[in-house]
Write a protein that binds this ligand. Structure first.
Ligand code: MRU
Length: 364
């Protein structure tokens, strides 16, 4: 694992050997294992099988995938080879827009140079820049988002601010501060009393396994709850705000995130609880206006629903009757009308086209 200062990184380059390493998130929280990515096939496997996951991290991994591809090129047509590798990497997972964003940015950078050897150096440098930008974005999301937590803290002196989150949008999903977690970590640094309700996030349990693990590592008070508990907690004034991440948000304000997010947004609306979505600009889709109709939703292996994974070296447990089929929709879309605001690296804005474009005028 790579520790840069106080927060850890789920991907890094080992400069001595010039290889890309990641934390194998499948093994957490039981074991901390690093994996080396040596080939495009390994990069695709790591993204598909969720060795790495979370939108910004998938984007950075895709970017490093281009670096790895270039290092391995033995073809006599470097440009055709790299375009083919890029397409395969982009197709590894469909929902997080960061993947195509990161890979396409790399393609533009490396193809501006003709010499294949120099292309490798450009790829190493630009992938690193993308990673550093995501670190900066996360810090700024924290800086802007913490004001929302402070506002609530002022209204309930002596009591913790209770924040509900879904899935993992933390250091493991991004780089260092995370997105949904960034305001929470910033609040802790300011000494604000916070407590996080962690949705377990069936079926792969990114909340129970990953968010709980990293909040624990950073000393943030938290409680893991079943995915269906949030509504009850909201009805009983036990949730002050919801903050989630996103895998792709439209410029009109619709938000794709881990399956179950939409139900949390509905419950928050019914209980008058603010529902915030934290995201870097790399997660905006500037081409899609209707998220429910047009954001591609990943459908994963039904066995992820049918079986409960065991701890390392123990067998998975079949949860359903042997012959019962299952469906595994990995994401849903929360319409803009249910989102109180976006927390971005440039500030907080309403989830609507005019406000988003005001923050990011260069994208219009
Ligand atoms: O399937 P995953 O684990 O890659 O999904 C991740 C999520 O849905 C996160 O909440 C989202 O990516 C935001 S990460 C900043």
């Amino acid at each position: 694992m790579n520790n840069e200062g106080e927060r850890f990184r789920p991907i890094w380059i080992d400069h001595a050997s010039d290889v890309v390493k990641v934390i194998d998130q499948r093994a957490l929280p039981h074991e901390q294992i690093d994996m080396t990515l040596n080939s495009v096939e390994q990069v695709i496997f790591a993204i598909k099988d969720m060795v790495v996951r979370g939108a910004p991290l998938i984007g950075v991994t895709g970017a490093y995938g281009i670096f790895i591809a270039l290092k391995n090129d033995k073809s006599n047509d470097n440009e055709a080879y790299i375009k083919n590798a890029a397409e395969k990497i982009i197709n590894a997972r469909p929902t997080a827009v960061n993947l195509s964003w990161g890979v396409n940015r790399m393609l533009t950078a490396v193809l501006s140079e003709q010499d294949p050897t120099r292309r490798i150096d450009i790829a190493r440098r630009v992938a690193g820049e993308i990673a550093e930008e995501e670190v900066e974005n996360s810090k700024n999301i924290g800086r802007h988002g913490v004001k929302l937590i402070e506002e609530i803290a002022r209204k309930k002196p002596g009591q913790p601010v209770n924040i509900l989150t879904h899935c993992n949008a933390g250091s493991l999903a991004c780089i260092e501060y995370g997105t949904a977690t960034a305001p929470i970590y910033a609040a802790r640094e300011k000494g604000i009393d916070v407590h996080v309700w962690v949705d377990e996030t069936r079926p792969l349990n990114q909340g129970a396994r990953l968010t709980a693990w990293e909040l624990g590592k950073y000393g943030v008070p938290h409680t893991v709850i079943t995915d269906n508990a949030g509504g009850h907690l909201m009805q009983h004034n036990l949730v002050d705000m919801v903050i989630v991440g996103t895998d792709r948000s439209t410029y009109t304000g619709d938000v794709a995130n881990k399956i179950g997010t939409y139900l949390k947004a509905l419950a928050a609306k019914d209980n008058n609880i603010p529902f915030y979505v934290a995201l870097p600009s790399s997660t905006f889709d500037w081409t899609i206006a209707d998220g429910v109709a047009d954001i591609p939703i990943e459908i994963r292996d039904p066995d992820e629903v049918r079986y409960i994974p065991g701890a390392p070296k123990s067998r998975d447990t079949l949860l359903v009757p042997e012959n019962s089929p299952a469906a595994n929709y990995a994401f849903d879309v929360t319409p803009a009308r249910l989102v109180t605001a976006f927390i971005t690296e440039r500030g907080v804005c309403r989830a609507c086209e005019s406000d988003v474009k005001r923050l990011f005028p260069e994208k219009c």
